[in-house]
Ligand binder design. Sequence first.
Ligand code: NAD
Length: 333
Amino acid sequence: MQTHKNILVTGGAGFIGSTFVAQSVARGQRVIVLDALTYAGNKANLEWIKPDNYQLVIGNIKDGALVSALLRDHSIDAVVHFAAESHVDNSISKPAEFIETNIVGTYILLEAAREYWNGLAADKKRDFRFLHVSTDEVYGSLGESGKFDENTAMKPNSPYSASKAASDHLAHAWFATYGLPTIITNCSNNYGPRQFPEKLIPLTITNAVSGKKLPVYGDGKNIRDWIHVEDHCRGIALALEKGNTGETYCFGGNAEIRNIEVVSKICTILDTVKPKNSGKYESQIEFVKDRLGHDYRYSIDDSKACSKLGFTRQYNFDSGILATVKWYLENRK
Ligand code: NAD
């Protein structure tokens, strides 16, 4: 039984947001998607979902009047905030948009939500939630050992992770100062269908089958903890329904893998499911100059989400990556 019936999902035409919209609609919730359709957003990410129970509004989270009208007109009882500039490389070359969307945009959303929430009847006020979706990158970089959890101090290294850390602080401050019922989730690297092919996994798959080079930063030994996007979205839904306001929940994939191993795995899968006329896909791998300030390792201890929310993963990396490669082959467009 879901407490929240009418959800405003920002960034719902992006990779993770669209998966969350699909799961919410399948649970019988009504979803209003607010998305600016930047280069990373795509209407087609939503078009496979039964249209009856969601509505896409094309607009910017920085448009406070629009956000207020959506909250009011659709009797929204939860905001799930995905909208962000999300690519670390872009944040290094062009940080301004990250400050605008991730920090200023989150501030404007929080203010619109606070004003709306203040005007709600007592029972609706009690049940209202603002869930802010964030990343484990806010915690910085790990060495060979250790894991991040909800108590890890933030130490972001890239303009992207710094902008996300700032927005996490704002979401918490709106709870501590004004009592707005916010919840924050910090998750490790996601993979799965509909991810924009600028990120490692979709870039590798699409470049491989186009016969292009497969760029790998530095020596390829950096480690990420990969979670399937559907597992992440199930975790967010649990945090929304069962999480305590003012608290943070971390989600991980329990799948720490070096970047070079991720690329090699994809090559091996492609060698089987779409063999080349001659040679192996691995021959396309090219080591390139390392990313500036490249975090070495991320790893998440999500035992709080497991014990307090009942979070479990349905994918392991091997089954998830095979399904993902097949999805990209079937959806090249
Ligand atoms: P994405 O880039 O695929 O999607 C972002 C969406 O936000 C796009 O649809 C875009 O059009 C929209 N958007 C951008 N600026 C906007 C604005 N000003 N107003 C309205 N809409 C706007 O990103 P994603 O990978 O789906 O990530 C979603 C969220 O999850 C982000 O907040 C990100 O920080 C967080 N996150 C991502 C990962 C990951 O591995 N991808 C991991 C943990 C957390």
